[in-house]
Ligand binder design. Structure first.
Ligand code: ZN
Length: 211
């Protein structure tokens, strides 16, 4: 009798375009932090990032002198020298190196921690904690949103996002994810703009949290 092999690691990953932007340093800070959180959980994407870094290094070395101005060269080299993300210990959720503020509790088991620094402009970066079985308020988005699940799992439509999984949404998405019933769920989320709320209570939550 054969048994199916155990599945390790996340199953939902950033696109190649997102990983390329991450390696080149062109992702804004909040979004880069959420990709880094996924990389801590995902050996496959760490390998992909190493490959992209090697390609970037080889390209720079192959350029004849004078093809790239000094400033861009310095930027490109700085991106290559970025330290590798800290490896997460198996099963231990991590918040990476981002400094987050204290937890604002919205209801029992439901809290938000905003990043002390989310980078340029109006980008939002926060940790969202939801208790087991919690159904979120129905909402949409006003721009790009990246999420990495740090702990637990949630269901969105017919897909389940579990610890380490990455999700990229855009403004076309309206949804109402639900946390799985076997434990709380913590996500790191970067968003270009506050969510599009469709309920009165949603607007109250938004006024309290700014997300
Ligand atoms: Zn991955």
């Amino acid at each position: 009798m054969t048994t199916s092999p155990a599945k390790y690691g996340p199953t939902k990953h950033p696109t190649d375009a997102v990983l390329t932007d991450y390696v080149s340093g062109s992702l804004r800070q909040a979004f880069s932090a959420v990709v880094a959180a996924h990389l801590e959980h995902c050996a496959d994407c760490r390998v992909a990032v190493s490959g992209l870094e090697a390609i970037g290094g080889a390209l720079i070395e192959s350029l004849p002198a004078g093809d790239m101005d000094a400033e861009r060269l310095i930027e490109a080299m700085a991106a290559l020298d970025k330290p590798e993300p800290k490896r997460a210990q198996e099963g231990k959720p991590t918040e990476g190196r981002v400094p987050f503020g204290g937890e604002l509790w919205l209801s029992p088991g439901m809290g938000i921690r905003r990043a002390r620094r989310a980078g340029k402009g109006k980008d939002l970066l926060y940790l969202l904690r939801l208790p087991a079985g919690q159904i979120t308020l129905p909402h949409g988005h006003n721009g790009v949103e990246f999420t990495t699940v740090l702990k637990g799992a949630y269901k969105d439509g017919d897909q389940i996002f579990a610890a380490g999984d990455f999700c990229e949404l855009d403004a076309s998405c309206d949804h109402q994810p639900q946390v799985q019933t076997d434990g709380e769920c913590v996500c790191m989320i970067a968003s270009e703009r506050p969510m599009r709320t469709t309920t009165r209570i949603g607007r109250i939550v938004q006024a309290l949290t700014g997300v």
